[in-house]
Design a protein around this ligand. Structure first.
Ligand code: PLP
Length: 418
């Protein structure tokens, strides 16, 4: 059986190229990371060849001698890591996990509430183009105009007015700590389910540097590939009372056979995240984010809410009247990878917003410390200044020189898994 290099040199070359790209760029996309070699190995194992519809001990296929104990291990590790009564490790990713939560707890047409996309929420929290906004009536809360923080008074007023069946608490682009206990009070007042989506902060929760929503929420959904450093995938945690409904919603409600190789990789990631070294990692992610936020502000950038409590921050480019998309694209050419993102009350359009979103999870996995964030901020600031000077169209020469500097800077920090 030939290796990939022999069987399909075209794809092999592209993968090698991506390895190189990931090695040689300052990766600041807040939803990305470097998974460990162990996680990547399991993701590509023979477990991918097996069908396993159902759950451990209750399958629709034979040959479960390995898959059943494997999935049980993943479930037990997830429960222990987050202190949950029940875990479903089968969701293919974060979006199907969220849809499964709705399928389990709501009927089509029921009202849900979530943080709006422009305020930092995720599409699947009821945004109009998402199935979660098409099949359910969705009320969206935002952030305060004055300080761009979630306003629990607004959440409470909307909840009392619309009496939602379920309230989402979670974000894709909100730089501050979530008050799960505050949301739980509101949910109790209107008799709604409270569902947390910790896709972004799961690693910080596991590492003890962000409050854990599990004691406050009926259900907690997550991805496993962001700050948690696992494989691409989803996870749902819940109380025993909802275990049956959640499991039924994932399979057969929404999905077919689980991706067993990913189940194994998730189990590995849960074990890694339970180690004392992961606590250090999570602390460093947050310390790096604070240091980067401080350095960016010292360099004259405006940050949404003036800083960060977690792994991510948003640069507001509106004072400089720069296009988020053009800036992100030009920085990418310079070896600095981040994404254009709407900021609260953005005057520009979602496809070309006024913000840049940055996160420190991936750089921290390479061993960067707060002291290195000054260099990262300086490189970003130099890039943005050049973009402003030449209206987005930085020269090849400038981009090449920056890429060289980035690559030299990163040489001391090997990328895990690659
Ligand atoms: N929930 C949140 C808060 C997210 O940020 C994301 C991904 O960006 C998702 C869910 C969806 O995850 P996936 O892209 O794996 O479907």
């Amino acid at each position: 059986d030939p290796s990939l290099a022999v069987a399909d040199p075209e794809i092999h070359e592209l993968i090698l190229e991506e390895d190189q790209r990931q090695r040689h760029s300052i990766r600041l996309i807040a939803s990305e990371n470097y998974a460990s070699r162990a996680v990547l190995e399991a993701s590509a194992s023979s477990l991918a060849n097996k069908y396993a519809e159902g759950y451990p001990g209750k399958r629709y296929y034979e040959g479960m001698q390995v898959i059943d104990p494997l999935e049980r291990l993943a479930i037990d590790r997830a429960k222990a890591l987050f202190g949950a009564e029940h875990a479903n490790v089968q969701p293919y990713s974060g979006s199907p996990a969220n849809l499964a939560v709705l399928l389990a707890l709501c009927k089509p047409g029921d009202t849900t509430m979530g943080l709006s996309l422009p305020a930092g929420g995720h599409l699947t929290h009821g945004w109009k183009v998402s199935a979660t906004g098409i099949y359910y009536k969705s009320v969206q809360y935002g952030v305060r105009e004055t300080d761009h923080r979630i306003d629990l008074d607004q959440v409470r007023a909307l909840a009392k007015e619309h009496r939602p069946k379920l309230i989402w608490v979670g974000h894709s682009a909100y730089p501050r700590t979530l008050d799960f206990a505050g949301f739980a009070e509101i949910a109790a007042e209107v008799d709604a389910y409270l569902a947390a989506d910790i896709a972004h902060v799961a690693g910080l929760v596991a590492g003890g540097v962000h409050p854990n929503p599990v004691p406050h929420c009926h259900v907690v959904a997550s991805t496993t590939h962001k700050t948690l450093r696992g494989p691409r995938g989803g996870l749902i945690l819940c109380r025993k009372a909802h275990a049956k409904a959640i499991d039924k919603a994932v399979f057969p409600g929404l999905q077919g056979g689980p991706h067993n190789a990913m189940t194994a990789a998730k189990a590995i990631a849960f074990k890694e995240a339970a180690q004392p070294s992961f606590r250090d990692y999570a602390e460093r992610v947050v310390a790096n984010a604070r240091a980067l936020a401080d350095a960016l502000q010292e360099a004259g950038h405006t940050l949404v809410t003036g800083g960060t409590d977690n792994h991510l921050m948003l640069i507001d480019l509106s004072p400089r009247e720069l296009s988020g998309r053009k800036t992100a694209h030009a920085l990418d050419r310079c070896g600095i990878e981040l994404n254009a993102n709407s900021i609260p009350f953005d005057k520009r359009k979602p496809f070309d917003p006024s913000g840049l979103r940055l996160g420190t999870a991936a750089l921290t996995s390479r061993g960067l410390e707060p002291a290195h964030m000054k260099t990262v901020a300086t490189m970003i600031a130099r890039g943005v200044d050049e973009i402003a000077r030449c209206e987005g169209a930085v020269s090849d020469e400038f981009a090449d020189r920056m890429r060289g500097e980035v690559s030299e800077f990163l040489a001391d920090f090997p990328a895990p898994g690659l």
